[in-house]
Design a protein around this ligand. Structure first.
Ligand code: GRF
Length: 212
């Protein structure tokens, strides 16, 4: 049985697209896509694939707590077993993250713990880093801070701009996010006391290192 998965987005949804394209193969069924922004292109991608969509617009709520409560209600209404944050640009309350702990994943465009937060490509370039990349991790209360599952390093070249680097990172994101979702759907991946386990063995803190 495919694992019922809800994907939450705020924007373009190219990671969502990668998951849609490979859903059958990796054993997930995307039972819904939720966005906090009406204009998110990812909503169109979902609709095109015949997936139920929902808009939970944060501007219509008085507080993070009431927004997160509405978000949980929508997620639970879609019977999610796995929750995937894919370019979702809101900070979540501790209550929300605790509710989905161990079954909520995020992808971040840096080699965490480097460059939590925004503008990661610019920051990697400004620092003169030789390596940049993307990280899939379990979501916990700490922003971009839960146990790492997979990291994909990307070599930075002297010719890279923020845009070219972002494109390289996106390309690896589209490989590692479906892979992490597949491991989870197959029951091979779990979070236990803050540590990510793959096939019953703890993953290293920097996660499984993905190479093409
Ligand atoms: C990705 O770079 C992801 O790492 C970050 O937001 C971006 C989302 O891109 N969290 P997309 O909407 O999936 O194209």
């Amino acid at each position: 049985m495919a694992m019922k998965t809800v994907v939450i987005i705020s924007g373009s949804g190219s990671n969502l697209q990668a998951l849609i394209d490979r859903a059958n193969e990796i054993g997930i069924e995307i039972s819904g896509v939720i966005s906090n922004r009406e204009e998110a292109f990812g909503l169109q991608r979902a609709q095109r694939a015949g997936i139920t969509t929902a808009l939970v617009d944060h501007r219509q709520f008085e507080s993070r707590e009431t927004f997160d409560a509405a978000l949980s209600e929508t997620i639970d209404g879609m019977q999610a077993q796995l929750v995937i944050l894919a370019g979702f640009m809101r900070i979540l309350t501790p209550e929300f993250t605790r509710r989905y702990e161990g079954r909520m994943l995020n992808i971040h465009p840096s080699l965490l713990p480097k460059y939590r937060g925004l503008h990661t490509h610019r920051r990697a370039l400004e620092a003169g880093d030789e390596w940049h990349g993307a990280t899939v991790h379990f979501v916990t209360e700490e922003l971009d801070g839960g146990a790492t599952i997979i990291q994909a390093p990307v070599a930075v070249s002297s010719a890279d701009s923020e845009e070219t680097l972002a494109a390289k990172v996106h390309a690896v994101e589209h490989r590692i996010y479906p892979l992490a979702a597949q491991w989870f759907a197959e029951g091979r991946l779990r979070l236990e006391q803050g540590v990510a386990y793959l096939d019953n063995a703890p993953l290293p803190v920097e996660g499984y290192q993905y190479h093409d």
